[in-house]
Ligand binder design. Sequence first.
Ligand SMILES: Nc1ncnc2c1ncn2[C@@H]1O[C@H](COP(=O)(O)OP(=O)(O)OP(=O)(O)O)[C@@H](O)[C@H]1O
Ligand SMILES: [Mg+2]
Length: 714
Amino acid sequence: MNDYTQSDRRSTGSAGHGAGAGAGVSRQQLLSIIESAVDRKRFHEQHWEGSFDEYLDVVARKPAVVRNAYQRLYDMVLSFGSERYRKFKKDLIRYHFFSDPIDRGTDAIFGLDEELMKLVDVFRSAAEGYGTDRRILLLHGPVGSSKSTIVRLLKKGLEYYSRTEAGALYSYVWLLDADAGPTAKTHEFPCPMHEEPLLLVPADARAQLLARLNETYAAEGGHGKLRLYGDVNPFSRKVMNDLLVHYDGDWRQAMSHIRVRRLALNEKDRIGIGTFQPKDEKNQDSTELTGDINYRKIAQYGSDSDPRAFNFDGELCIANRGLCEFIEVLKLDVAFLYDLLGASQERVIKPKKFAQTYIDEVIIGHTNEPEYRKLQSNELMEAFRDRTIKIDIPYNICLEDEIKIYKKDFGPERVKHIHIAPHTLEVAAMWAILTRLEEPKKAGITLMQKLKLYNGKSIPGFTEDSIKEMRESAPREGMDGISPRYVQDKISNTLVSPQALEEKQMNPFMIMNELEDGLQHHSLITDEDTRKRYKELLGLVLAEYEDIIKGEVQRAISADEEAIRRLCSNYIDNVRAYTQKERVKNRYTGKDDEPDERLMRSIEEKIDIPESRKDDFRHEIMNYIGALALDGKRFEYNTNARLYRALELKLFEDQRDTIKLKNLVSSVVDDATQQKIDVIKKRMIEQFGYNDRSAADVLNYVASIFARGDTKGD
Ligand SMILES: Nc1ncnc2c1ncn2[C@@H]1O[C@H](COP(=O)(O)OP(=O)(O)OP(=O)(O)O)[C@@H](O)[C@H]1O
Ligand SMILES: [Mg+2]
């Protein structure tokens, strides 16, 4: 029987193995893949634990583990590196951390480098201990300006950093009897506020200890000084006192009840990261911030003032060592707000029935513009303003950055089954930016030109100085207008609209319609004037879009390389003859002709070279060709950008009529024309990212513009 089972098992085993081998991989291989991915050394590092004495080794080797929450936050941001650059006469720093390298860009912030720099400067001065560490940070800005995203990033950064070697931090558990008493070490009681173990060192010794540690810390280039404020939490204080009584004052014996453990900050585990969101205004209770009595345990310990019968699980308790976020902080009840101001200013909280308790955490709140404005007349604001550091987080006013926001969510990796035609996200972003800009005060520049200047395009007559001036004269720019969230919502709507689903594409017209329709129901637009203005701005965007696609169609039509090369050499032959006062050999008749003045002018006019300047231009071109030849280089049709553009436009003009673009709008197209159109379409697809359908749409649309007789050259 036994034998039978054995052999039976063996045969099952070998059958199983056979199947595995057939698939080309064995259990052993799979296991070794898993094992090599699970880094045990890292696991051990992250779960380090030891006695208090052993922890002193850790501290001696690396005093930075004792950093406070601000110092750790600042070092975390720096740890991802940064780069300096100059824009519009300002020196800026881009901290790579805000590109969200941890999550491959999921929460990347675009275009707010100046504001983020201010934020990091606050971290820095707080890390140095200049007083900013005793303030509440208030991110303030219009709805949807990425305030929550910034805080989410900071939390994520802290969680991540606490798991790296550079960001390691520690806390401790008590080993006690079942009642949290001193007689045994059978049960673990974690420090309820994950405090730094060195807080257990008696105050007098602590100062000297820190002085020694600070020597190393300073030598290693640490920011500010290592400091430890206040005392341990009421629970640990009670335990410590009981132990000292039990051991007759022997501190080292008491400390044998301590196990130090590495701490991994984690919002989900409620360790070192907290979030508080006011719910009902009338229903706010301070215990949500500072913890509450555990009524079940009162019976066990006999008193509601025994810290063992208290849950230190308020948001400010659990966020100790890290960061506590206050969503819509100005919706907090007034009494609450004062609690909070105390928490940051004195670094203490006051749990029910207990003495004040020291906290070490970054407190960061955010609020909307309207909410802030509502409270501006309130007297409470005085106190609040005085104790907070307000950092404005406006909307982007740079087109390129705004486009990146939408690409993040609606780029080709995210949207797979619907083709988003070129410029779709761009027109949406363009409109959003226009709603945020103030009309230029100076004459001679349109709103759209201002957008382009801000986007880094140069416009004759405008220097970096004038842009700087323009920005300074409109300090509120970016604090009003349409939010990215509104645009994101409209893009989502459009993507699932019947038209998009049927056509498997989304184009600029569809999003512009959706943006306009939505204005009727936009909850934040209350006055008709604004609504009207936003609609008019869509008109500007449409005009700009038409210019863009006209340009593209022109380029696609004139992108016939062979034709443009021929035109170029023809032009150059004529110019050479003209400048050398010679005749040109006619390719067909073989006779010598006068240079073709009509041809040359028809090209030069495309780039606005007046009759009076034509000789200069032609000589310049010939000199240029000569100089190139000396270097052994050849002049090509695209060597000189201006001439290239002129050639393109000329070619477009010549071909437009042969292709009979205008005919496109009528439904009957002969085969020859259709062929030419197909070539153009192909170029649009290859060069600009259209697909068959969107290219056809754009060609039709541009054809209809030309049919209207609008043949603007550039
Ligand atoms: N500068 C920006 N860079 C990247 N994304 C941005 C930017 N501004 C806004 N967003 C995006 O807009 C959306 C709204 O952002 P978020 O929720 O962080 O704004 P908020 O300021 O907290 O808004 P609210 O005031 O309504 O709470 C998010 O998807 C965010 O990624
Ligand atoms: Mg928010």
